[in-house]
Design a protein around this ligand. Structure first.
Ligand SMILES: [Zn+2]
Length: 488
């Protein structure tokens, strides 16, 4: 089979990206496959391609509802109409219709919570699943930074569906996480395709500043000088808005804000404006970027440190998809690590919330929606709560379940804290950033790139706007001084 010819014919690409061909060949030869492919390498082709050749259906489990919708739209744009997403966005009637007509679809996207519904499993048993795809497979691992309890049941579900051929996809994962994925899914004889996490065309730069004021002025300075478009990542919505306002007031760039606090329409609008070059900088939280396929992003700034190396890697990986020189700059001010700790704690229900919840369970009829609102649970917290509520529904040992819930929260906090510590360690490291980053992912640096990191030396001119001469003499001087400072 001439895979390149098929690729050209069906998808219009002349060649495969790193890792794609290996994954597709492995799947076509009927082997379970674990693929670690960096973001931007076209993971969906890895199941779309075999799907065209296999007679049966392709089932794709994906944890992110918005990403799922994006993918369905993308499939449709490329002319694949036999695609559907079964998730909570569908009305009851729509769900009924889709489940009745599952046979007619080739690609079926499912959220993990839909797989908890017995009738869905029943319907899935009636079709021929040629390929079972687990996207964002690191969510399976309890050692992963984004462990989702409903993902841990996928092994059991896979068994119920007759152990179909499986493809587990993720962008990153330490060895421990990879082993956990294979074990939980119950896979034997797995082909592993592991592309390097290194992105040689992205220079890595970290700067420690003394306080927020200095950070602010450094970010404004860099944004005014660096070639655009770019993204500035924040851990707080408020800071994202403040800096965007400053950039707009100073007319430094055409800037937009993106975070989960904005309504869906605004978010789509901002994303579209950025994609079509009407905005050149986005001040965003980590909510921005999934499914954004923009090739020419030239810089990623981190105003706050991410919660883990995996997120950092994923976020900087949005730069330079066209292969041209790009730069990632992270700013650190003393105490910055407190913010991710707070965020980690906020993602989990508190001890008080859990105690309140179980008190309610003992008496009344359980109305999930009401419990969620009265208990003040966020969506992220509720996803975890639901798993334990399902257990409480099946088993009346509330005390036992409550204890295991508390134990779970404690363990998750510990895992998350250790990820933050690792991130901080990288910021504090005193040798090549790239080498250190690769070490974290158990890789070794083989080829040294000329524009590597703040330790190996970066020529900032490479990343500056062409018309820098227009910048006033004075700022030009401070910029030169600055360059000298970091290069000597
Ligand atoms: Zn280096």
């Amino acid at each position: 089979m001439d895979l390149e010819k098929l690729l050209q014919k069906h998808f219009g690409y002349p060649s495969f990206k790193t890792g794609q061909k290996e994954v597709i060949t492995s799947i076509l030869s009927g082997r379970h496959t674990l693929a670690i492919l960096p973001t931007g390498t076209g993971k969906s082709l890895c199941y779309q391609f075999p799907g065209l050749i296999f007679p049966g259906q392709v089932l794709i489990i994906s944890p992110l509802l918005s990403l799922m919708q994006d993918q369905v739209e993308q499939f449709k744009r490329y002319g694949e109409k036999r695609v559907v997403a079964v998730n909570s966005f569908l009305s009851f009637e729509e769900k009924q219709f889709v489940l009745k007509n599952l046979m007619k679809y080739k690609f079926i996207f499912l959220s993990p919570e839909m797989l908890q519904v017995p009738v869905v499993i029943q319907k899935l048993k009636e079709i021929t699943i040629s390929l079972f795809v687990v996207d964002e497979a690191h969510c399976i691992s309890q050692w992963g930074y984004d462990f989702r309890p409903d993902y841990s049941k996928l092994g059991e579900i896979r068994k119920q569906l007759g152990n179909p051929l499986t493809l587990a996809l993720t962008a990153t994962g330490t060895r421990k996480v990879r082993e956990d994925i294979i074990e939980t899914l119950g896979l034997t004889e797995v082909t592993k395709v592991e592309a390097s996490v290194d992105r040689p065309n992205i220079a890595l730069y970290v700067e420690k500043v003394s306080d927020y004021r200095e950070k602010e002025s450094r970010v404004l300075e860099l944004v005014s000088k660096l070639r655009k478009p770019g993204i500035i990542y924040f851990s707080s919505k408020k800071s994202a808005e403040q800096i965007a306002q400053l950039l707009a007031n100073k007319k430094l760039c055409k800037v937009g804000v993106y975070h989960s606090g904005l309504d869906q329409d605004t978010r789509i609008l901002i994303q579209q404006q950025f994609l079509h070059d009407q905005l050149d900088v986005i001040c965003a939280t980590s909510a921005f970027g999934m499914g954004v396929n923009k090739e020419n992003i030239r810089f990623i700034l981190h105003y706050h440190m991410p919660m883990q190396m995996e997120s950092y890697l994923q976020e900087i990986g949005r730069a330079g998809r066209d292969g041209n020189p790009s730069i990632a700059c992270l700013f650190y001010a003393p105490g910055d690590e407190m913010l991710p700790v707070q965020l980690a704690e906020g993602e989990l229900p508190s001890e008080q919330q859990i105690a309140w919840l179980f008190q309610r369970l003992v008496h009344a009829e359980i109305n999930f929606q009401e419990l969620k609102e009265l208990g003040g649970f966020s969506d992220v917290q509720w996803r975890i709560v639901e798993t334990f509520l399902h257990q409480a529904n099946e088993n009346s040992d509330f005390k036992g379940i409550q204890e295991s819930f508390l134990k779970f929260v404690k363990e998750r906090l510990q895992v998350k804290r250790s990820y933050i510590t690792q991130m901080k360690k990288w910021i504090d490291s005193c040798y090549c950033r790239r080498e250190c980053l690769l070490q974290y992912f158990e890789e070794t640096l083989t080829v040294k790139v000329p524009q590597c990191c703040d330790y190996c030396g970066i020529e900032f001119q490479v990343y500056q706007e062409m018309n820098q001469e227009l910048v006033t003499q004075q700022t030009e001087e401070t910029w030169q001084e600055y360059l000298e400072k970091i290069l000597t």
